[in-house]
Design a binder for this molecule. Structure first.
Ligand code: NAP
Length: 448
């Protein structure tokens, strides 16, 4: 075997946490491995850039760790290449010894209720993408001339969405909230934000720290109806006890304390969005929870609202005819092995649960499995991919190019902002080439 034949060539599709932890673990193998991380955007980091809330900058710091991985000699970032459009999984399997699907779960789950397609109803994937300057959602035509907003779901994404809507411009000054979103959010005449859970406080998936942030907002007061709260000693774990304690505190709050009220409402499941062309009200059914299961009581409440944001989880976008579990919305695999030499990690493997850190052991496990199962077969690897995509006229973005985009965004930051994000791919490519040094000075996305 020549030296080239002994290298294990691995393609990782997706540069979010799952992709980076897998690449990092592979790069530490004791045998030669070449890892190419392919992303459809010119920017790396997936959910860290486009999912983590813009005011949670300390969480985004983990990207520094991923940059160290990207600088390892065995690792290469290839941005602006969309698998499924620019190159197929079958082609990657020809070129690489193993291919890893680390594509996350970017598509919104649907509620499946009448009125869901009215204007003014939006999923958290789209809404969070919009305020995080994801190029797919920069053009989202959202009317935030809303007095009342309904947020559906009792997970941390619902808390992120409510908090980003509730914070003032001053509270967001350390954030990288997209300029186009800041302009709309901070002018919105919001007075009431509702967070609806179909089950009770003991079943809510909030974490205490994130719930606690709602208690420290400048213009917004969190409120809970104490009739919905079990006694504090009903909690079975320390985390749940903290959560209940916060909710009991919020039940004591005075609604007139601050101009915006954030109502945490439990035992209410959405049954219909009312409106003629756009959302005007949300209809919910009161529920009961028995042994963790939800039952409707038949009692209907109607809450007028102009914007409905569903935060009820995500689905992996199916790719070609790869085995896909429609019910759970992720690839079908035998503990991560989708097919011969094809693996899934992170949310693409197990669905949209767990924190960023959950991906670290996942990545290690996936890497160990690949190293145990895949063998170098003299495949062309990156040289072959470079040839294929050059032949198709696709402009790729290297990690060095991304660092130019990063520098341009950092330079464009105003005041205490960490960066001012490009929201359009052509702006990113200009910056990658070193020619687009400025972000549209009007603050909004530049027009094409
Ligand atoms: P999640 O934690 O799974 O919460 C989803 C919520 O949607 C649940 O309350 C669920 O209720 C509800 N839901 C689902 N289908 C529904 C329906 N048809 N009608 C009404 N409600 C429905 O998901 P997530 O908030 O999207 O978060 C995803 C993952 O990212 C989680 O692991 C989360 O902790 C993590 N995350 C972490 C942070 C952070 O650490 N700061 C921030 C954001 C996200 P049921 O429980 O009744 O199913």
């Amino acid at each position: 075997m020549s030296g080239q034949d002994e290298i294990l060539n691995v393609a990782v599709i997706g540069s979010g946490p799952a992709g980076y932890y897998t690449a990092d673990a592979l790069a530490q193998a004791e045998r030669p491995v070449a890892i190419d991380i392919i992303d459809r955007l010119p920017t790396p980091y997936g959910l860290i850039r486009a999912g983590v809330a813009p005011d949670h900058q300390s969480i985004k710091q983990v990207a520094r760790r991923y940059a160290e991985t990207a600088h390892r000699p065995a690792v290469h970032f290839i941005g602006n290449v969309e698998v499924g459009r620019d190159v197929s999984v079958a082609e990657l399997l020809e070129l690489y010894d193993a291919v890893v699907l680390a594509t996350g779960a970017p598509a919104d789950r649907r509620l499946g209720i009448p009125g869901e397609d009215l204007d003014g109803v939006v999923g958290s994937g789209a809404f969070v993408g919009w305020y995080n300057a994801h190029p797919d959602y920069v053009g989202l035509d959202l009317d935030l001339d809303a007095g009342a907003v309904a947020v559906i779901g009792n997970g941390n994404v619902a808390l992120d969405v409510a908090r980003v809507l509730a914070k003032t411009a001053a509270e967001m000054e350390h954030s990288d909230l997209a300029a186009h979103a800041a302009e709309k959010i901070h002018r919105a005449p919001m007075q009431d934000i509702f967070i609806f859970g179909r089950r009770g406080p003991l079943e809510a998936r909030f974490t205490p720290k994130e719930l606690g942030e709602l208690g420290r907002l400048e213009r917004c007061v969190p409120l809970v109806d104490y009739h919905d709260l079990p006694p504090p000693d009903a909690a079975k774990s320390g985390g749940r006890r903290k959560l209940l304690a916060r909710l009991w505190d919020y039940a004591e709050n005075d609604p007139n304390d601050k101009p915006v009220r954030l109502h945490l409402r439990f035992y209410a499941r959405p049954v219909q969005v009312r409106g003629t062309t756009r959302a005007e009200a949300l209809e919910l059914e009161r529920t009961r929870v028995e042994a963790g299961q939800v039952t409707g009581t038949g009692e209907i409440l109607t809450v007028p609202c102009d914007l409905v944001v569903t935060c009820i989880g995500y689905r992996t976008a199916p790719l070609g005819n790869l085995p896909y579990d429609r019910r759970h919305g992720h690839y079908r695999s035998a503990d991560g092995r989708v097919a011969d030499r094809l693996y899934a990690v992170g949310w693409a493997k197990r669905g949209p649960v767990g924190t960023i850190a959950t991906n670290k052991p996942d990545g290690r496990e996936a890497a160990a499995r690949i190293l145990a199962e895949a063998t170098p077969a003299g495949r062309a690897g990156r040289r072959g991919l470079d040839r294929l995509i050059a032949g198709r006229g696709i402009e790729t973005v290297s990690f060095r190019d991304w660092e130019r985009i990063d520098a341009a965004e950092t330079r464009a930051a105003a005041g205490l902002q960490p960066r001012r994000k490009f929201a359009r791919i052509d702006q990113m490519l200009d910056a990658a080439r070193g020619s687009g040094q400025t972000v549209n000075p009007s603050g909004g996305p530049a027009r094409k």
